[in-house]
Design a protein around this ligand. Structure first.
Ligand code: HEC
Length: 459
């Protein structure tokens, strides 16, 4: 199921357009991205394909991008970081001021909270990521704790709010996130001005971003301009409504009382097989290297196991020598197929605290934190390959009313990846009209008919 769904997504129009720097130029300061899957061209959302899981440090050109809004243009000479709120001495710092603080470095996985969302059943609104909204970067900058100490954080401080230079589109809420003081003061929590040894690229938050190792990407705010130390909980949309997870397992598709949702924090143990890829044909009796990457939240990876018989037996994989507390670990295992047939390969990681990956996921309303054991079916010998995936459904002709209402702030790509019921589309259109989309009441039915017919649960 898992593998065939992945193949299915490969055929979607939204996934079909591989990123080419020429078509979507970034700022001159950013080298073009290479071979990325475009989930949304504007705002920019790019996914790393599976082959990225075979490199320890993910090059900037292959690092996924997630943006809620358009990329802001930041002028280095006038840019300042303000630190205010519950502090004795509010600070206003230039990039040069920041570089006078001791430099700190951490190698850490950055994973989008919604990575793997496309695998949930029933489908969930949001970026339809498969595996690649994750990367392993080398981040350098200043410890947030050093800045808070310099500013004289008061005893009343409870949480630290991050805001960036990106500005909301239409009437959408601003992307503002907070971290509790305990995480802000962690010596590994940085404000980074470098990624992989070069100035932070624009798409990754130039000139400064939060680096919150072990925690999901929603806390890693980009293009930072303001830090506010607070003595009470911030209740903006991206804290109170988005990026929350049920405190106990819920039924798939169920509405969850907000009182039973808590903010996301640590990412989960996870591993991905980069090769062989699903559907690969493998020679009989020829050794195959099963290779991938494994990571966990704030506990390091303790071991990775691989199965080549649908999970009946497991063998310890060899782990790569490159390691760091919050980094991913490359793994490989040599497998010699015992005979012709169709085999399901799996990988499973266990972290130093004993946390491991499940075979079935608890559902959650926003589709966060997918970490089900990765399954890859390969065919050995002269086995008839599975029938090819059906051809791409033709891109529908957009009625004028839909085009006018829905294309402009973004392209149609962000819509075309979704597979939602009419009820879910109804709620999404309400969200979009709340953000400024203009839909006349008389046109609403036609709009919902179109969306649920072409981007519904059945394709
Ligand atoms: C006023 C600008 C605006 C208009 C008009 C608009 N959208 Fe959006 N939409 C956005 C923004 C901004 C995002 C990206 C939000 C994010 O990534 O957090 C978005 C995201 C989406 C998504 C991805 C899921 C999500 O909620 O983030 C879908 C689907 C979508 N829009 C559908 C539509 C449809 C259907 C219409 C027409 C009724 C529409 N949009 C009109 C601004 C707009």
């Amino acid at each position: 199921m898992h593998a065939s769904r992945r193949q299915f997504f490969k055929t979607l129009p939204a996934a079909a357009g591989f990123y080419s720097g020429a078509r979507f130029p970034l700022h001159a300061a950013d080298r073009p991205k290479k071979d990325m899957i475009v989930r949304s061209a504007r705002p920019l959302d790019l996914e790393m394909p599976l082959d990225g899981f075979s490199t320890w440090i993910t090059p900037v050109e292959r690092f996924f991008v997630r943006s809620h809004m358009y990329m802001p243009k930041v002028d280095r000479s006038t840019w300042r970081l303000k630190i205010e709120g519950e502090v004795e001495n509010p600070l206003t710092l230039s990039l040069d001021d920041l570089k006078k603080f001791p430099r700190a470095e951490v190698v850490s996985v950055l994973e989008c909270a919604g990575n793997g969302r496309s695998f949930y059943e029933p489908g969930i609104i949001g970026m339809q990521w498969t595996h690649g909204a994750v990367g392993n970067g080398r981040w350098a900058g200043v410890r947030l704790g050093d800045l808070l100490k310099k500013a004289g954080m008061k005893a009343s401080a409870k949480e630290v709010l991050f805001n960036g230079a990106d500005v909301p589109i239409g009437t959408m809420p601003d992307f503002v996130r907070t971290a509790p003081v305990r995480k802000a003061l962690d010596p590994d929590t940085l404000l980074a001005y470098e990624m992989n040894g070069e100035p932070l690229p624009e798409a990754h938050g130039f000139p400064l971003r939060a680096v919150v190792p072990g925690w999901a990407g929603d806390s890693w705010v980009k293009w930072l301009t303001n830090i506010e130390v607070r003595d009470k909980e911030f209740d903006g949309f991206f804290m109170k409504t988005a990026y929350r997870y049920p405190v106990r397992p819920v039924a798939p598709g169920a509405a969850v009382d907000p009182a039973n949702l808590a903010p996301l924090e640590a990412i989960r143990p996870k591993s991905v097989i980069a090769s062989p890829e699903a559907g690969a044909g493998v020679g009989q009796g020829v050794p195959v290297t099963i290779q991938g990457a494994a990571w966990a939240g704030s506990a390091p990876v303790a071991r990775v196991e691989v199965s080549a018989d649908s999970g009946r037996t497991w063998q310890a994989a060899r782990l790569g020598s490159e390691r760091a507390k919050y980094a991913w670990r490359l793994f490989e295992h040599t497998w010699t197929p015992p005979g012709p047939g169709s085999y399901v390969l799996m990988s499973r990681t266990t972290d130093a605290r004993g946390g491991t990956q499940p075979f079935a996921q608890d559902w959650n309303p926003s589709g966060y934190q997918w970490n089900v054991v990765h399954q890859v079916r390969v065919e050995v010998g002269n086995v008839a390959l599975a029938p090819p995936a059906p051809p791409n459904p033709p891109r529908p002709e957009y009625p004028e009313k839909v085009r006018t209402a829905c294309i402009g702030c973004h392209e149609s790509d962000i819509i075309e990846g979704q597979r939602l019921t009419r009820g879910q589309w109804d709620r999404e259109v309400t969200k979009m009209t709340g953000w400024g989309a203009k839909v006349a009441p008389a046109d609403r039915d036609e709009l919902l008919d179109f969306l649920s017919r072409h981007f519904g649960t059945r394709r």
